[in-house]
Write a protein that binds this ligand. Structure first.
Ligand SMILES: *Cc1c(COP(=O)(O)O)cnc(C)c1O
Length: 393
């Protein structure tokens, strides 16, 4: 009697002379090596090979190599979220006694990490206005180890003085980390502007379809990369292979989506500026933007896919606006293929309180639009209808 094959054992993958055109998904947690010598050689980096998915897997690497190519980076690491990437940088690099200096309008959870968590571990933190290099200079301390910036701020779209702050960091041997989520490598390449570390929330427009939560980090210096990688692996910040697969699929169309969304953003900003009931429109490359000159110098024509605006009439008018725009998702995210609308006073910036928001110019009538790739005529009509409805009481 011949043994029936055990159902418990894996059946070899069927052979095929032709290759799949699509990227495979590899969910395996472990990889079997032929013998201990080979395993040793893998761990020593002498032969290529995966061992355990928390330490790395093919779908994360396929995605990372693509983002590396856009950022001019080597050995970038894909992690389970944008916040995993921010955390791996700050905690993988800093030690007790160090000081971290951040932009005062960086992503809310990055600010929280700086305000609540790092001080518990005896890493001091503070923030300064990144549009003002002199304010940054004044905030630098002898123990400042790292500066964390975003190029374009959320939601008022202020443009940081990257050149000024990068020069300060370089002169003092301080690491410069730039979260490039808003600008994307299509709009801005931090390594070409003096950054030591680049961070992304891949969740946003890189993946682009609001169905994968992922982050990315790359460091110019291999020692720095290793410190960040080891912290991420030890603390289990691993990305899901399926999410990586979705994000890589999203990247096939990233350039097309970004360019179209940006064109739409320019046109929508111009249209909004002419509508009754609109009190302010913010878009970095517009002539009326407070950082217009810096935006042009830093970004050229690449103003990005985010537009902010303010309507008259406060919270009541804001409620009427979102109700009158049922096809534009009112959701606190950005970078989706479709246009989404967020209201910072009730979401991302609610924790600041009315006074804190007023200092940044965020009123109850303030909205941020993540512009999508829809037909621009349709978008302009939808916004026009919603804004008109917001002004009728
Ligand atoms: C969304 C976002 C993050 C956090 O990314 P997650 O993937 O949501 O964890 C960090 N920085 C910026 C600028 C973001 O927009």
């Amino acid at each position: 009697m011949t043994d029936t094959p055990s159902l418990v054992r894996r059946t070899p993958w069927p052979e095929s002379a032709s290759r799949p055109v699509g990227t495979p998904i590899q969910p395996s947690v472990v990889y079997a090596s032929p013998d201990p010598d080979t395993l040793d050689a893998q761990y020593d980096g002498q032969v290529a090979g995966y061992t355990y998915a928390r330490e790395g897997h093919p779908n994360a690497d396929v995605l990372a190599r693509k983002i590396d190519a856009m950022e001019g980076a080597e050995g970038g690491i894909v992690l389970g979220s944008g916040m995993a990437a921010v955390t791996a940088v700050l905690m993988g690099v800093c030690k007790a006694g160090d000081h971290v200096l951040g932009g005062d309008q960086i992503y809310g959870r990055s600010l929280r990490l700086m305000r609540e968590d790092l001080p518990r571990l005896s890493v001091a933190t503070s923030v300064a206005d990144p549009t003002d290099a002199a304010a940054f200079e004044a905030a630098i301390r002898p123990e400042t180890r790292l500066i964390l910036l975003e190029v374009v701020s959320n939601p008022t779209l202020r443009v940081a003085d990257i050149a000024g702050i990068a020069a300060l960091a370089k002169a003092r041997g301080i690491l410069l980390a730039i979260d490039n989520t808003f600008t994307t490598p299509r709009g801005f390449q931090p390594f070409a502007h003096g950054a030591d570390i680049v961070i992304h929330s891949v969740t946003k427009i890189l993946a682009g379809h609001s169905d994968a939560t992922l982050g990315y980090v790359a460091a110019r210096d291999p020692g720095l990369r290793k410190a960040i990688y080891d912290f991420a692996v030890t603390t289990g910040m691993t990305a899901s292979p399926f999410d990586c697969w979705l994000a890589e699929r999203g990247l096939y169309s990233f350039e097309l989506r970004y360019d179209r969304a940006e064109q739409n953003a320019v046109a929508l900003a111009a249209h909004l500026a002419g509508l009754p009931g609109i009190t302010r429109v913010l878009y970095p490359t517009r002539a009326d933007h407070p950082d217009h000159n810096r935006a042009i110098n830093l970004l050229g024509t690449r103003g990005g896919h985010m537009v902010s605006f303010e309507i008259a009439g406060g919270r009541e008018a804001a409620n009427r606006l979102t109700r009158a725009a049922p096809n534009i998702a009112f959701a606190p995210t950005l970078g989706d293929i479709g246009t989404t609308l967020s209201h910072p006073a009730s979401s991302s910036h609610r924790g600041l309180g009315a006074e804190g928001r007023a200092a940044l110019g965020i009123s109850e009538g303030f909205f941020r639009v993540s512009v999508g790739v829809e037909d621009i005529g349709l978008l302009c009509r939808e916004f026009e209808t919603a804004i008109a409805a917001s002004q009728r009481r």
